[in-house]
Design a protein around this ligand. Sequence first.
Ligand code: ATP
Length: 662
Amino acid sequence: LSSAAFDPAQRAADFPVGKPVGFELVSRALTEIEALKNSGKGSRKIMTVILSNVFRILIHSRPEDLAPTIYILSNKVAPDYEDAELGVGDSTVIRALCETFGRSEKQIKSMIGSADAKDLGEVALQSSQSQKRLMMPAKLTIEKVFSEMKAVAHASGKDSQKLKKEKIQKLLVACREEEAKFIVRTFQSKLRIGIQLPTVMQALAYAFVLTSPDRSGAPRVADTRKGADKMSEQKLDETTMSAMEAAVRQAFSEMPNIDKLVGALLEGRNAETLADACSISLGIPVKPMLAKPSKGIGEVAERLSGVRFTGEWKYDGERAQIHVLSRDRILVYSRNSENMTEKYPDVIKVIRETLCEGVESCIIDSELVAFDLEAKKILPFQVLSTRGRKNIQIEDIKVQVCIFAFDLMLHNGTPLVKRSLEERRNTLWKTLAETEGKVKFATYRNFDELREEDVQEFLDQSIAGSCEGLMLKTMNDNATYEPSKRSLNWLKLKKDYMDGMGDSIDVVPIGAFYGKGKRTGAYGAYLLAIYNLEEEEFQTVCKAGTGFSDEDLATHYEFFKGRVLKHPESNYNVSDKLKPDVWLEACQVWEIKAADLSISPVHTSAFGVKAAGKGIGLRFPRFLRTREDKGPEDSTGADQIVEMFEAQASVGKGGGGEGDDD
Ligand code: ATP
């Protein structure tokens, strides 16, 4: 196969308009991308070319297959805020493979890791190819695959595992060519070819620029290309391409809903008009803007010198995006776009009572913090974490919260994300009425010029006020609200930046070691990993047995004892030297603190980036708390680990050299 196989100009006749498109189009494109990746010739550019040509074929022949294809490529069936998880455990996939191909579990397992099958997807492919079939079932279509994915994601109840297995089986028997490999990987939520959302968005933007508005299949620009690779050589209107790309990215970050985005593009919207259909909207949570860590006032001074900025106290609670659709309909979303409306009926009541006159709708960014109303005092995060999550009645609430509001993304129907922080904040002050112990605006101090001693003084005040430190934000220039971005326009300065690493790290326990002595009967230490989005795998960073109270140890043991795996998942990248006593499901995120980072011969995080054949590990890790508001894929990324390692090396703190690893 060559990339020309996806050239829409050459393939139009193979995809009759209106006819459901075969899944083989997706599977062939993924096969091509994987082959290029494995041969070292895969680049983001070629991936974009292939995907955008696949999208162009769909726009021309069956536009309704476009959104499902993007969902399939993203391993999702619905927007994140709809809570429809696809991930199917290896054991269900193995059972489906056994029953489809008449093999024993032992046979399937023994195939994994062989030269020809490095994962269950390749095991499925081998099994499918060696199976003799008398009658071929009908070809799989994109539509069919997507509808089965949705059925799997929505399956619940006691027979759900059986139902999921049957759905996978049904698809596997109909697989041709390489399809079985990608069907299995899709259900495991890991395509393993490193397609990231930005690439998909870029390909989507290009596909629409390159398709004529009447979608006749004729390209928008005179196009004489023979092969898809020529796209990069073409004298295409680069400004149109990059304007469309920027518009598509912005649209998706403000309205993270693939159906709506694709719908707006199919309506014929362009770079100028896309924002009218896809901007921040009530009832659709955006991924929040995030801050970059800093390693102290010196670094802050360097980054913010000459810029007007503000410092705000950094409250330690739970981030909440509050959508006021009307006074009667108020929704609360977590950092992860989870609907927390049921968890916080008291917050909804307070917002309703404190909305200023004339405010009909708004989206507020805030931190909910446990609050002692009598002592008029902020309480530690640990107190907040004892609150229930579902079916909460206001009268039963024991832990009161105060809403610390710090941003406003929409006001009376008008999106504010492109306005400066100063303007958003001024509008926020006119949106809610501060009320003792219930609603407060984040305590702030504006800095027209940076004097380190002033920042230090304000940091000290925030700590005296029971906060974690400061958030430093640009006020006027480069001061828009950037959903889903970890932006340099927001810097976090935590109180304990002095003791080594400036920031804590969010990790996922994937294994455990039995305790000895006092810890007999519980796990004494855990194997911790970060999630590498690019490689789609969990990579270890340390083994940790410190920082746990007896209660923590008991809670973790209780939580994980029903989540023990017989074998590590195929996306656990763990050195043989670190085999834990039990493997755990990757389902929880822990915040930990470490003394520093070091090059590690055993840990696999950011493997090979800083030293050939070695990863980066954490030294002297200490458990801080469980992060209920983060999913395993939101754990610290490999790129952040590399950034932290480099920042530490540049300030000369910590080893930076080789470490002892646990
Ligand atoms: P990250 O995803 O950046 O690692 P995190 O969720 O682990 O962040 P922190 O690193 O502690 O949390 O800092 C960012 C968080 O601080 C925000 O997500 C928000 O919940 C909280 N926060 C508290 N006060 C503020 C404020 N004034 N402005 C912005 N965020 C604030």
